[in-house]
Design a protein around this ligand. Sequence first.
Ligand SMILES: [Zn+2]
Length: 325
Amino acid sequence: MDPYQLMQSAVDIVNDSAHPVNKIAAALAGDGPSGHPFSVAYTNYWPLPILKRIGPDRRIGNASGTIHAETACILNAPKSGGARVFITDPFCPNCAKNMAEAGIRAIYIDHKGFDKDFSRRRNEHFEDMSMYICEVAGISVYEIRRKERSITPILEISPDYTPPEDNPAQILSCSAGKRGFHEAIADAHAFYEGTPFALAAAHDPDGAPVVIRASTHPVPGLTRETDSALLEKTGEKYSYYLEPLNRVMMRSRRHGLAVNPQFVYSSRMPTSREQVNAVGAGLTRLQIGNPNDCRDTHGIAAAHSLAEKGIITYRTLSPRPKNKP
Ligand SMILES: [Zn+2]
């Protein structure tokens, strides 16, 4: 598919964004699970249940209720592995991390996005963080000019590069239904030994039942062994870590898995951002190992808001951790 047309398909919808100030759109083009090419395009948006029942101005925990355009494309793509993403603006580190986990191969940014308010871009850490994430994760980045039909590389990654991962998300075959789900949770508690993780039951593109599971992990390309100094540096707003439920949501898109929305589990309460993304992914039900445990108190507050408004139902599913002697 023609990159200029794909960029145009994002530009065409950008003014539909309900956001009063930051109107952003993205398109994602790739090959679906059965190999047929597809593209999707989204603006940043408030998922309908959040817009209607909470409203656009209230924060959910410490997250805004919006889904960024790039992340919306991934959540709604039949398969994101190997895909290209076209964005009207430079992207934020959280979307960079999501695109890395989702297996995006290349990102194209409309050149007009670079002419917009510089301070906003600086605030969003595009240069120092988003681009670095792409470099380690192996995502090429280009500037695209539709009128001139020119594409300028900002970062080009060798096709031979594979980002190192010390703890990649895992896709395992399992028995179908509730029994398989519960067995998979017990197995994961034993495997992750107390590290927070998330897990979802799904079907692979051939229709076979699988579980996808992941723990908290640095963005693909960074490892705890070689990048510990960088990983310890936590910014005010962003970190280089991906949270488990986010990883499961992004990795399932990467491989074109059909997640069963009834069977999504997190060993502790997900963060505010993960819960908002879960709403964007169409999830209405989360099973939680320990709902009083969370990375921070904001996640607990977010769960209260979303439960109170009937947007997500949280069910406690007793964890079965392997006790250490
Ligand atoms: Zn973003």
